[in-house]
Design a protein. Structure first.
Length: 247
């Protein structure tokens, strides 16, 4: 089987690709840039993504799972032509892991591994890996410790259209909500990072995103109606109506 294996270099864990036989994967997806780009990246490397798995938290402050516009993963799944399995979770710390385990158990016998879009969160990756180990599955994380600047460049060059749908960090104001990421926006993020030390890839929960288009989508998603919710410190961009548009 092909797989990503980890090794330590100068005290830093990196991920290396071992090109062996292709693996069947189920991809954890929230509809945001990391999980969708991980699917794109893995398929380019020769992996076969058979299922999409989506956790739907009942609270917005889940430790593990993306909340804003999570329902649109069903639209993305249709546009990618992949089956989507969904599991609800109350979103409580650690307890939500049992809900994720229940979701993975539904397809554990028909895949070789679970695909994760983790960038740098040890909290997230360790817990997903532990669950995978319990089922004898590989945990594939192709974006692990990727350089955030290169990541944004590669993602935009590949044709991803990414919208910011949540912000919750100092330096990211209401004007970011609903914004489509481009080179100019990334340049602004770099300036914000200088003053507020945010993670450029939002891995610290500073913001969340929604993928509106990418090479795997048969059509583009166009936001028709949305509402900005802002409490003065943090906010969300809640999409209530979309339409599918031909490319």
């Amino acid at each position: 089987m092909a797989g990503f294996k980890e090794k330590s270099v100068s005290g830093r864990t990196i991920t290396t690709l071992h090109m062996i036989k292709s693996m069947d994967l189920a991809a954890l997806t929230s509809g945001g840039k990391d999980s969708v780009y991980a699917i794109y990246f893995a398929e380019k490397m020769g992996y076969n993504v058979k299922y999409l798995l989506s956790m739907v938290p009942e609270r917005s402050d889940s430790y593990m799972f993306h909340h804003p516009n999570i329902g649109l993963t069903s639209v993305q799944a249709k546009l990618m032509g992949l089956p989507l399995l969904v599991e609800k979770t109350v979103g409580e710390k650690e307890k939500e892991l049992a809900d994720l385990k229940r979701l993975i158990s539904r397809i554990a016998d028909s895949v070789d591994g679970i695909l994760s879009g983790a960038l740098a969160s040890n909290y997230q990756k360790k817990r997903i890996t532990r669950i995978c180990n319990g089922f004898g599955l590989e945990c594939v994380s192709p974006l692990w410790h990727i350089d955030p600047e290169k990541y944004w460049s590669d993602l935009l060059d590949a044709g991803f259209k990414v919208m910011v749908v949540s912000v919750s960090a100092e330096g990211l104001n209401k004007n970011w909500l609903g914004r489509i990421m481009d080179a100019s926006a990334v340049a602004e993020l770099k300036e914000v990072r200088k003053n507020f030390l945010i993670h450029l890839g939002f891995e610290g929960g500073e913001a969340e995103t929604l993928v509106l288009d990418c090479p795997m989508f048969r059509k583009k998603i166009k936001v028709v109606e949305a509402k900005t919710l802002w409490d003065g410190v943090r906010g969300t961009y809640d999409v209530s109506k979309i339409k599918e548009v031909s490319k």
